[in-house]
Write a protein that binds this ligand. Structure first.
Ligand code: PMP
Length: 407
């Protein structure tokens, strides 16, 4: 079955607006995806019908809000094939999820311990680990990539040993689109670094289908709602129950305690122990609406469509003189990072924007990766399920125009 992209587009109100007097061509999906009407409706319905605080009230609306909020946890747990709904911790996004894990880990790290990340990291999965190591005397090791942006598996494996206590890596690189073979890599970790816990940064992996945390075999998988057609300000930290159960608490305060005296407190059970304070209730409900919506799509068709968009981009890009594709891994999702020789990515982005085409330019929160690849930054078009082949073609027509203007 193929995707009915035109029908899909109708569900996204923003896609029919104009910018600078031109129909919007939205190719910045790795930064954030647009929201279907069902997600917008879920937010509006919540605030107009069910708004109340969760877990606290002895009244109808509070019960209703709690039910919607906790049902959302079950929806997400099923979506990623968690063992238990208590393994799903709501966060504000990927960044917070990684921080909960790295700050907790920092309390356990000691001199001589080793943490492994990769050269593909987003700052969120790098700076956090630098900080954790800095304050504990542990050392941070960075697994290298080749010039195409593919992780060097042998070098990765060589970094693993009995002192490796943590491995963090992206499912998919936001800057290059590289898909890491995480199942195989985690097998290597289990063989060579039996003590290590593994975190997968799923910010870019989650929207491309079939994330099954049990099959992946990691200890933590984190993602943001807003890259999965859901709202901003909400995300998920999934962790194995046994690992989360005694994970150092993150925020302390209301909701996460079992009992409190003036002198001391004890912590509640999962998931609340890692969710202090009033949560983003509307965001959680909106995220579950996005997950329900996404789940009814045919994942094979989604992946085939995204592949077709990327292939068309690669084909058309090859016809443009002076265009250099940055990141050409064999296994890659719809992220098309490039530079136009002789021009700055920011100028390219500006000139495309004037034509209604939204891309992202800069270092993509991956400064060390840009340095590794010898570029100051890139222009990045990133595709999603609602993009069309015509839009990809428009990108390249727009690029040719930009090139003439920059000449
Ligand atoms: N990791 C990756 C791979 C990302 O692409 C992003 C978002 N660009 C993040 C982490 C951080 O996500 P957020 O800003 O939603 O916390």
């Amino acid at each position: 079955m193929s995707l009915d992209v035109q029908a899909l587009r109708q569900e996204f109100p923003i896609l029919s607006r104009e910018v600078h007097g031109k129909p919007l061509v939205y190719l910045d999906n790795a930064a954030t995806t647009q929201k279907p009407q069902v997600v917008i409706d879920a937010l509006v319905n919540y605030y107009s019908q069910s708004n109340s605080n969760v877990h606290r009230g002895a009244h109808f609306l509070s019960d209703e809000a709690t039910r919607l909020y906790e049902d959302s946890r079950t929806v997400v747990a099923n979506f990623i094939n968690a063992n238990a709904r208590e393994e799903v911790i709501w966060t504000s996004g990927t960044t917070e999820g990684i921080n909960i894990v790295s700050k907790g880990m920092a309390q356990r790290l000691k001199a001589g311990d080793q943490v492994v990340v990769t050269e593909l990291e987003h700052h969120a999965n790098l700076v956090t680990w630098q900080q954790a190591c800095k304050h504990s005397g542990a050392t941070l090791h960075v697994a290298p990539i080749d010039d195409n942006g593919t992780l060097d598996r042998e070098a990765f494996t060589e970094l693993l040993n009995k002192n490796t206590v943590f491995v963090a890596m992206p499912h998919v690189s936001n800057a290059l689109g590289t898909v890491n073979p995480i199942v195989d890599l985690i097998r290597q970790v289990r063989t060579h670094a039996p003590k290590a816990l593994v975190l997968i940064d799923g910010a870019q992996g989650i929207a491309h289908g079939n994330v099954d945390v049990r099959a992946i075999g990691c200890d933590f998988y984190v993602f943001s709602g807003h890259k999965l057609f859901g709202p901003t300000g909400v995300g998920v930290l999934w962790g194995k129950q046994a690992v989360l159960e005694d994970w150092p608490v993150w925020l302390t305060g209301g909701e996460m305690i079992a009992s409190v005296s003036y002198q001391d407190a004890t912590w509640g059970a999962l998931p609340n122990r890692l969710e202090a304070g009033t949560p983003n209730i509307a965001g959680v409900i909106g995220l579950a609406a996005a997950v329900r919506w996404f789940q009814q799509l045919d994942m094979q068709a989604v992946q085939a469509h995204e592949k077709a968009l990327l292939e068309r981009a690669i084909e058309l890009g090859a016809e443009i003189e002076g265009l250099r594709l940055i990141g050409n891994a064999k296994d890659k999702i719809g992220v098309y990072s490039f530079i136009l020789e002789g021009s700055h990515p920011a100028d390219v982005g500006f000139l495309l924007d004037r034509q209604g085409i939204a891309i992202r330019t800069g270092d993509h929160c991956a400064q060390p990766l840009m340095e590794r690849l010898g570029v100051p930054g890139t222009a990045r078009a990133s595709f999603s399920i609602y993009n069309t082949l015509e839009e990809v073609e428009q990108l390249f027509v727009g690029l040719k125009k930009a090139q003439t203007m920059l000449a």
